[in-house]
Design a protein around this ligand. Structure first.
Ligand code: M6R
Length: 614
């Protein structure tokens, strides 16, 4: 977790760094800090507990100024959120400052060793050992220019520390030089005109440049205003090629909406449209499998966390229906530690918005060890997951900033659908005519999504009545069961209300006991083969006093109205695409309940957007 930003250029770095930190707050926001190398050669460090806005106020008071600087927004792992534990951390001399993301696993041993050598520590963090190690290593590198000495000290430090980390370091004796290290935690470089950026993620500098350099694991980057040098893990210079990111700046901003979450709900038609551009591609090529290998696939393992896991659960219905291949869906954190029988011709699909989720990456590594072919369904170009998987199907939904995932979820389900029908065509489970029909329906999804997002007012109005409820229940069957789980997760995340999703057929086996007078129960019940069964569930809940809301499609409203308190109509699409639209009212529901309760919608308490620790 945590967000890193660094700037070297010819302008005052402070506004760049503060602005970059605001864009990175989704990675953590319990404290923040900056260190600026001032013209007089001293480092000015400002740190504050809380969000970047607090840091900004503190920085205004002390007004540091300088063309080289680093900043950090923290999500605590080692040590409570406090000013002492906020980054940047410094060595004993106060001349070296470090910002870090990830975990230094052997920090206790290193700290003890450094303390025995006389180093004094100010914080409880693992990060601080990096600053002291660099200081210690510098003592033993006496020759060469200061810049070369710093690089050597960093290289030696990287050998000393263990774990997954990315960090940035400044030394007061090397003005205009910023060093970055990437080792299994995200770190990217933005290339500007006589200015360069180091950051955990692209939105941090996208306003200033869309030319991006992605670093490989184990690499070190040296940034100067007019030059960027990348050293590979052997210490050799690598001619790294930059990539132009097509995300427009506007997409990374709120675009007039009160919150990113709301904007991203409204982004969904476009996100689906953009994702489907890839769906028109040849999946054999994406998977790197020829027709014979595609036909021969015998098992699919889906691994993911949180919302992406729910997309995986929906994907299982798609793949088994259209491609007839058995699918298991695992939480990545569980997959890693359970016995997975080794079977040949298995494809492991890892779904992740960020591509940086440590649990998912860990599970993919295990799948690779088992000899499975791996496919990432991911939204972030150059992310760690896309680098370790054999191939990637990108969901092109643009940067998702709100911690609560919305547009990534619907894009992931869309991608799973496209993949499933393509696999079905390739392995002969679907005829060409059947594939064409499903494909045409898929191509109309974005338009149906545009209609669906128009329902905000209906949901907003409904929340006036129910937002104070203590507990919410979501019920669905078949591919709408994962939508019930996701509806509950969304509400929990942003409103801190207790919410649970169940398979509708299961409530009578226990969960119905938690339904009380007035408990809001959301029924995902589109017209179709399971509609009647859902009607029975409505009656069972209503009989216990629940306030029942039906999320349904046009056609049977009159019948439903007799057994529910409120009907929400979602445009009708084919049975298997319907879940992708059905989540939208639940996204609005979570948003509006959180808003009425005064919650911090884009940055809910205790959460971070990318969970880069296990
Ligand atoms: O970046 P990823 O898709 O791998 O993230 C996985 C989960 O951490 C993520 O979906 C999380 O559950 C979201 N906050 C849900 O809104």
């Amino acid at each position: 977790m945590c967000g890193i930003i660094g700037y070297v250029g010819q302008k005052n770095s402070v506004p760049f760094i503060i602005d970059g930190l605001k864009k990175l707050e989704y990675r953590g926001y319990d404290s923040a800090g900056i260190s600026i190398l001032q013209e007089n050669g001293t480092l000015s460090t400002v740190r504050a507990v809380g969000k970047v806005a607090e840091l900004e106020k503190a920085a205004l008071l002390s007004s540091p100024k300088g063309c080289t600087g680093i900043g950090h927004t923290r999500w605590a792992t080692h040590g409570k959120p406090s000013e002492e534990n906020s980054h940047p951390h410094t060595d004993c001399s106060g001349e070296i400052v470090v910002v870090h993301n990830g975990i230094i696993e052997n920090y206790l041993v290193l700290r003890a060793k450094l303390e025995s050598l006389g180093h004094r520590f100010q914080s409880e963090t693992d990060t601080e050992v990096i600053a002291h190690l660099i200081e210690e290593n510098l003592k033993h590198i006496r020759t060469g220019k200061q810049e070369e000495r710093l690089l050597k000290a960093v290289q030696k430090t990287n050998k000393d520390i263990a774990g997954a980390f990315a960090y940035g370091v400044l030394w007061a004796r090397t003005p205009g030089v910023l060093i970055g290290v990437k080792n299994q935690s995200p770190l990217v470089v933005g290339l500007g005109q006589n200015e360069n950026f180091l950051a955990s993620d692209v939105p941090a500098f996208l306003q200033h440049t869309n030319k991006v350099l992605f670093l490989e694991e184990g690499e070190i980057v040296i940034l100067r205003p007019g030059k960027v040098t990348v050293l590979d893990k052997m210490g050799q210079e690598r001619k790294a090629k930059s990539i132009k990111i097509s995300w427009d700046r506007q997409t990374a901003q709120k675009g007039g909406y009160a919150h990113f979450m709301l904007k991203e709900i409204y982004d969904q038609p476009q996100a689906i449209e953009d994702t489907l551009r890839t769906a028109r591609a040849d999946f054999g090529k994406i998977l790197g499998l020829d027709t014979a290998a595609l036909r021969g696939l015998q098992n699919i393992h889906i691994i993911a966390c949180g919302t992406a896991y729910h997309a995986g659960l929906v994907g299982k219905y798609y793949i088994e229906q259209f491609a007839g291949i058995p699918v298991s869906v695992d939480l990545a954190s569980e997959y890693k530690y359970r016995t997975v029988p080794h079977k040949t011709k298995t494809l492991a699909i890892a779904i992740s918005q960020s591509g940086e989720t440590a649990d998912t990456i860990g599970a993919v590594k295990k799948a690779k060890e088992l000899g499975f072919r791996t496919l990432a369904i991911c939204n972030v170009l150059g992310s760690s997951l896309t680098r370790i998987c054999d191939s990637t199907f990108f969901t092109h939904c643009g940067p998702e900033i709100s911690v609560a995932s919305t547009k990534a979820f619907t894009s992931q389900m869309t991608a799973m659908y496209a993949l499933a029908i393509s696999l079905g065509l390739a392995n002969g489970n679907l005829s060409k005519a059947a594939f064409d029909k499903l494909y045409r329906e898929l191509m109309r999804l974005s338009k149906a999504m545009s209609e669906t997002v128009k329902m905000e007012y209906t949901v907003r109005h409904l929340t006036r009545k129910i937002y104070k409820a203590e507990r919410f229940i979501f019920l669905g069957r078949h591919a709408n069961f994962p939508i019930a789980l996701e509806g509950a997760l969304k509400l929990k995340e942003v409103s801190y209300r207790s919410a649970e999703g169940f398979a509708a057929g299961e409530i009578k086996h226990g969960p119905i006991s938690i339904i009380d007078k007035g408990t809001p129960v959301f029924m995902l019940m589109p017209q179709g083969s399971l509609f009647e069964k859902m009607l029975s569930a409505c009656q069972e809940c209503r009989a216990r006093g629940a306030f029942v809301v039906a999320v349904t499609t046009p056609g049977g409203e009159e019948q439903i109205k007799q057994v529910v308190d409120k009907v929400i109509l979602v445009p009708s699409v084919s049975e298997f695409l319907q879940p992708i639209l059905n989540i939208v009212p639940l996204q609005f529901l979570a948003y509006w309940i959180a808003k009425r309760l005064g919650c911090d919608i884009d940055q809910p308490r205790n959460l971070a957007k990318s969970v880069t620790v296990e």
